[in-house]
Design a protein around this ligand. Structure first.
Ligand code: URP
Ligand code: ZN
Ligand code: ZN
Length: 469
């Protein structure tokens, strides 16, 4: 199947020009001013942007968490992603306590079997090195295409690791070239604050934020940075939410240390006051780190503009408000942490980042596609529009007006963080390796079309045909 995308404005992290893009055998084979070729399918992209498919490196699909399981499985989560212009994501395997890493990989791959709508890879979240997984086994994962290890420095009593585990994994990463990702919060201090709040009878959703002050994020971010320097590994700090965490990352990057940071769409738009909404509405915004004071929104926009933070992900971790979040109606610490977002990342960053004059179109592509592809060993197969790259392409209509709503989105969650927000600009046609996934507001491809992608290491190229051993 060949596809000719005619006359669109091709935007990459570096370029911005009008061209025809020709796709054969799932890859981009020609780009030119006016291509004289015959194609099975011609898409008129005049007046539209032609963007590389979004790459979301931070999602949680079909994940047991907080006493329940996230409501979006691989099929519904990836369908939401496809409608939103994301064609590749990297999900977290959470090592079940007592399981080997091989068992964990098998379990997570089975969840995706036959359901994939877009391409995907995995990070390995290490929870237990005492029984099951060993450091020796962890060292084998990058050769299987799992080239990032994740450590939770919070969620005490569940998936939090101690500093010894964190440091030992960093040492393995230094040997194997894997990227270490941290959820940076001081889990022990938060645990004390949560117990004290509950003893005082403070049970409402807002106490989720009040027991996780920004200093706990700043402290853990700095601790992880310093430990990564000792171990000599590359570090990526996920879901940065506040100035206290931005500052140590900025210092590390100015000093040239191997440290990168990510924020998520919601941290630009949701603030602490959302948690105070009455009638348990605040529970919709219980995710971790929590929504912060509004002043942090500008801090984060500046950080993504100046490359202090280099990626915007979603941390899509969707639950039902009615039925799952309600587990914590009488105790905020029992509200499952997480929120949906996969479908609206490109729309929201385009509307308030690009149209709002905060970042350029090129920087938007870099934050949502190119940088995540580079850091997670997918570039240049993913993350750009170039000859030889996978034809993961979004034909984006910059004029179309859309009102975001849970009634029309594709997540199984019963709410949307951005309910009622009006945006101008939305994906019109979405292609995965040259196959049309979304068109005319419909999913036109069958689940099963998405593939597992074995990733290269940070800094190593990934091209089709380059096998990961
Ligand atoms: O609240 C969140 N973010 N849930 C998902 C797990 C995590 O910490 O990323
Ligand atoms: Zn986290
Ligand atoms: Zn997460």
């Amino acid at each position: 199947m060949s596809v000719l995308i005619k006359g669109g404005r091709v935007i990459t992290a570096a370029d911005d020009y009008v061209a025809d893009v020709f796709v054969e055998d799932e890859r981009i084979s020609l780009i030119g001013e006016t291509l004289d070729v015959t194609a099975d399918r011609v898409i008129d992209a005049a007046g539209k942007y032609v963007l590389p498919g979004g790459v979301d490196p931070h999602t949680h699909l079909d994940m047991p968490f907080g006493g329940t399981v996230t409501i979006d499985d691989v099929e519904s989560g990836q369908t939401a992603a496809a409608f939103g212009g994301t064609t590749m994501h990297v999900d977290f395997i959470i090592q079940p306590k007592g399981s080997t890493f091989a068992e964990a990989v098998d379990e997570w791959r089975a969840k995706a079997n036959g359901k994939q709508v877009i391409d995907m890879g995995y990070h390995m979240a290490v929870t237990d090195l005492k029984e099951g997984g060993t450091l020796e086994e962890l060292a084998t994962l990058p050769d299987q295409g799992i080239t990032s290890y994740k450590l939770f420095m919070a969620y005490k009593g569940a998936i939090m690791v101690d500093d010894e585990t964190l440091f030992r994994v960093m040492q393995v990463a230094s040997d194997t070239g894997a990227l270490v990702m941290v959820h940076a919060e001081h889990g022990d201090a938060i645990d004390v604050l949560v117990r004290e709040a509950l003893e005082r009878g403070e049970t409402e959703p807002k106490y989720h934020a009040l027991t996780r002050p920004p200093e706990t994020e700043g402290e853990a971010t700095n601790r992880a940075i310093q430990l990564a320097r000792v171990a000599g590994c590359k570090l990526y700090v996920v879901h940065v939410s506040c100035a206290e965490s931005v500052e140590p990352i900025q210092i590390a990057r100015e000093k040239g240390w191997d440290v990168w940071g990510e924020t998520c769409t919601q941290y630009f738009f949701v603030d602490y006051t959302f948690l105070e909404r009455p009638n348990f509405e605040g529970a919709k915004y219980v995710y971790t780190p929590p929504p912060r004071d509004k002043a942090n929104h500008d801090v984060l926009w500046t950080a993504v503009k100046n490359d202090v933070l280099s990626v915007v992900s979603t941390d899509h971790c969707a639950f039902l408000w009615d039925g799952q979040k309600s587990l914590g109606r009488d105790d905020f610490s029992k509200i499952p942490n997480g929120a949906p977002g996969l479908e609206n990342r490109v729309q929201m960053i385009h509307e308030f980042g690009v149209r709002g004059g905060r970042i350029t179109l090129n920087r938007m592509v870099e934050l949502l596609s190119t940088n995540p592809a580079k850091y997670f060993g997918l570039y240049p197969r993913k993350g750009t529009i170039a000859v030889g790259s996978d034809a993961d392409i979004v034909v984006f209509d910059p004029e179309k007006r859309v009102t975001i709503s849970s009634a029309t989105d594709h997540s199984k969650s019963d709410y949307n963080l951005y309910e009622g927000t009006e945006v101008t600009g939305t994906p019109e046609v979405v292609l995965l390796r040259g196959n049309v996934l979304v068109e005319d507001g419909e999913l036109v491809a069958q689940p099963g079309i998405g593939q597992y992608i074995a990733r290269s290491r940070f800094g190593e190229e990934l091209r089709p045909g380059l096998a990961v051993a």
